[in-house]
Design a protein around this ligand. Structure first.
Ligand code: ADP
Ligand code: MG
Ligand code: ZN
Length: 440
């Protein structure tokens, strides 16, 4: 391909605070009757006054810190004016030129740095539902989601392909889950993705246009939408046409992006400072205090697991995927130490047996591992006699083995296991068989 993809991402994450961003309504709208979680403020009634949610601001800042951003000591909220059928005020309270965090980054496995331009706080909109009632097409509005705290994380256009985007998104999802500020469940719309895509002829040169694909709700669809756009734009460019700057949507059934609207500019939104909320002043002490709430993040945890526990990258990837599993594993390793149960044994147990870690405690796992390995501390005498018997009956196999057909060991192993007639660890048996064959 003579064009290089240039991709930047905007990601919205819903925070799981108890109450909404600017009022006391519950954020738990899922499955609730439409418009049952609303008040004068989140319905945009005249005179409703917003009161910012402190916890939400702190959590937004936590995300900023976790993404290596610079936290602003001075910031404010702004009104983003627009005709929103799903936001009754006619504007969204967001942050324009003073986001809570700026200039962060996230590093991909291959060492590539994805620059994060900004992390800012805003409010979610309501939900429109297009339905048919008595044969008539109607649009219904549910304001339960209106005013739920939303954090937007915007990258620089640093991605070159859909794989990098996917890795970044998975890492980002993992981080907000580790911080316990969002469940980032995509089916529920708690994490929504917007890739901006363009094609350049020269690395480092930004094309004079970009196409934004709005509100995608799965990693798979982002990948598909990006690859679809790359092809679509490539065809246009090859015909000498610069793709128009526009906003598109992802059509799941047709597997293609479709035009939604021609892109508006920032000044179309007539941003201005929110007059009902005073500017937010932070101090270095507050930021330091918040920093203490950041747990060991996945990449650092993975490094520690590697250096202290001698585990494979595969094991580490699974064990650090969510924080609860990683914490459980850490505790189990501590508990196991005095019983000489190794981290590898525990990792195997967690990965293969998949115990419900919500319902069990680490020390139980250690007990289980110990008792199962006890049944594996074999009756040496019995095993030796069984091995001898099997080998006696399979002299040809011994010759084959000695002539390099080491595969016959699997056949012999089967015979021993059958004759032994009790539960026993095949790996141990195989080791014993090998020892026997090599020494006799
Ligand atoms: P807007 O104001 O239209 O939202 P921004 O410049 O703020 O545009 O960028 C929005 C997103 O688009 C960012 O993630 C940014 O990295 C990305 N972006 C900017 N220029 C390009 C481009 N030429 N190609 C792809 N993505 C781009
Ligand atoms: Mg945008
Ligand atoms: Zn409300």
């Amino acid at each position: 391909m003579k064009y290089l993809p240039v991709i930047g991402l905007e990601v919205h994450v819903e925070l799981k605070t108890k109450s909404k961003m600017f009022c006391g309504c519950s954020t738990q709208y899922f499955g609730k009757a439409p418009n049952s979680q609303t008040c004068a403020v989140c319905l945009g009634m005249p005179g409703g006054l917003p009161v910012p949610n402190k916890k939400a601001i702190e959590w937004c800042i936590l995300i900023g810190i976790a993404l290596n951003g610079k936290i602003a000591l001075h910031s404010k909220f702004d009104r983003k004016n627009y005709f929103y059928p799903d936001l009754a005020k006619g504007y969204q309270i967001s942050q324009y030129d003073m986001p809570f965090a700026k200039n962060g980054y996230l590093i991909l496995q291959n060492g590539k740095k994805i620059r994060i331009r900004r992390v800012h706080m805003e409010e979610d909109t309501g939900k429109l539902m297009h339905e048919k009632i008595n044969g008539e097409s109607v649009s219904l509005i549910d304001f339960n989601r209106s005013g739920v705290p939303l954090v937007e994380i915007v990258t620089e256009p640093d991605f070159e392909n859909a794989e990098e985007v996917k890795e970044y998104l998975q890492a980002l999802q993992q981080i907000v889950r580790y911080l316990e500020v969002s469940d980032a469940n995509m089916e529920r719309g708690e994490m929504r993705l917007e890739p901006n895509i363009s094609l350049t002829v020269k690395k480092g040169v930004l094309p004079p246009y970009k196409v934004e694909v709005k509100n995608i709700n799965s990693f798979k669809f982002v990948e598909k939408a990006i690859n679809f756009e790359i092809k679509r734009q490539e065809i246009l460019l090859s015909d000498g046409i610069t793709p128009p700057q526009e906003t598109r949507g992802w059509n799941e059934t047709k597997n293609e992006t479709i035009l939604q609207r021609v892109k508006e500019e920032a000044n179309d939104y007539r941003y201005f400072p929110e007059p009902d909320i005073p500017p937010i002043q932070l101090t270095n002490e507050i930021i330091e205090k918040l920093t203490k709430f950041i747990p060991e993040l996945p990449n650092i945890k993975a490094k520690r697991f590697k250096s202290s526990y001698d585990l494979s990258s595969y094991d580490i990837e699974i064990l650090t995927r969510d924080k609860n599993t990683a914490d459980f594993f850490d505790k189990a390793v501590l508990d196991g130490k005095s019983f000489s149960v190794t981290p590898k044994q525990i990792a195997n147990y967690i990965i293969n047996k998949k115990p419900d870690i919500e319902k069990s405690v680490p020390s139980e796992i250690i007990k289980t591992i110990l008792s199962s390995s006890k049944s594996n501390t074999i009756d040496e005498q019995k095993l030796t006699s069984v091995i001898e018997k099997v080998l006696q009956e399979n002299k040809n196999a011994i010759n084959d083995y000695k002539n390099g057909k080491t595969n016959v060991i699997m056949y012999l192993l089967g015979q021993v296991l059958r004759l032994y007639d009790e539960k026993i660890d095949p790996k141990l048996v195989k080791e014993n068989l090998e020892k026997y064959l090599n020494n006799n």
